[in-house]
Design a protein around this ligand. Structure first.
Ligand code: C2E
Ligand code: MG
Ligand code: MG
Ligand code: MG
Length: 281
């Protein structure tokens, strides 16, 4: 039994922490093997215009097909990949795969790729993107890089320099999970983003909380003033879509419009939204 200075029993906690640390170490080893043996795949989630329902593009979301545990969520392994530095080779793999697949799509939709703050620390990111575009033949205008506010907080000057270099390739840059970070408004003044992605936390509360609704409206106003389209994340219901339409939101993404899927079936024609609420009324 482990005792602390106050002579109370901390055995269980210590055991839990040891177990947690052991699990993490195991996963880091597995993660590095998984990169070598190509256990990752991309699911794609559609992004649509709110008014016209036209497809804007697809976001690439990485999945780990673990040999024993099945499909592992990025929420579980991305933080670990970031801490261990493995996000650098993993991120390169994701970028290459997304560009290669998008280049083969029957229609020239945009592909959005998430880039971790850790990948941004390195000066070589713009060069890597240029190289991957070159090698896959994807038109730069079809690639969008998604970064979060935390990327800008760590080292704003450096990040802005990298983002400008990325932008100069003809690639667009989106600000992901907007509204959840520590310096939301500062981020917008640091770099002229091509798109603001409003975090799904606000939308989920929109019908119950007047505050959440007011925040969504305020962000849409900011977007309009800065001339940056706002994409609402996490649209699950038709009433949320209706509200976004009324408030003049440009774009939306969420389960209502399409879940992330392993193989994309890109429609040849614009498919109108199923009006779930009305159909059942
Ligand atoms: P994100 O970039 O904000 O991606 C959106 C997440 O919201 C995805 O979760 C998506 O499945 C989920 N989502 C989409 N629509 C809805 C909805 O209507 N309701 C709800 N409740 N959720 C919805 P996912 O795929 O689990 O990814 C989680 C996060 O992991 C991503 O958040 C992103 O930050 C990170 N991630 C995913 N792929 C990559 C990658 O290739 N590289 C890096 N660095 N991060 C990644
Ligand atoms: Mg994203
Ligand atoms: Mg997001
Ligand atoms: Mg996120």
């Amino acid at each position: 039994r482990v005792k602390n200075l106050h002579n109370t029993d901390v055995g269980y906690y210590q055991a839990d922490l040891d177990e947690l640390a052991r699990q993490r170490r195991t996963m880091v080893v597995e993660l590095s093997r998984a990169i070598e043996s190509d256990q990752f795949e991309l699911h794609y989630q559609v992004q649509k215009h709110v008014q016209t329902h036209e497809v804007v593009g697809y976001e690439a979301l990485v999945r780990w097909r673990h040999p024993e545990r099945g499909m592992v969520s990025p929420m579980e392994f991305i933080p670990l990949a970031e801490h261990s530095g493995l996000i650098v080779p993993l991120g390169e793999h994701v970028l290459r795969l997304a560009c290669r697949q998008a280049a083969a799509w029957p229609r020239p939709y945009k592909v959005a790729v998430n880039v971790s703050p850790v990948q941004m620390l390195d000066d070589s990111l713009p060069r890597l993107i240029e190289q991957v575009l070159d090698e896959t033949g994807l038109d730069p205008s079809r690639l969008e890089v998604e970064i979060t506010e935390s990327t800008l907080v760590a080292d704003p000057e450096h990040t802005v320099r990298i983002l400008k270099a990325v932008r100069s390739l003809g690639v667009s840059v989106a600000l992901d999970d907007f509204g959840t970070g520590y310096s939301t408004l500062a981020s917008l003044s640091l770099f002229p983003f091509d798109r603001i992605k409003l975090d799904k936390a606000f939308l989920s509360e929109i019908d119950r909380s007047p505050q959440a609704k007011a925040i969504v409206q305020a962000v849409l106003t900011i977007g309009k003033s800065l001339n940056i389209p706002v994409l609402a994340e996490g649209v699950e219901r038709e009433d949320q879509m209706e509200l976004l339409r009324e408030e003049g939101c440009s774009e939306a993404q969420g389960y209502l419009l399409g879940r992330p899927a392993p193989t994309i079936t890109i429609p040849d024609v614009v498919v109108p939204l199923r009006l779930v609420d009305r159909a059942s009324a």
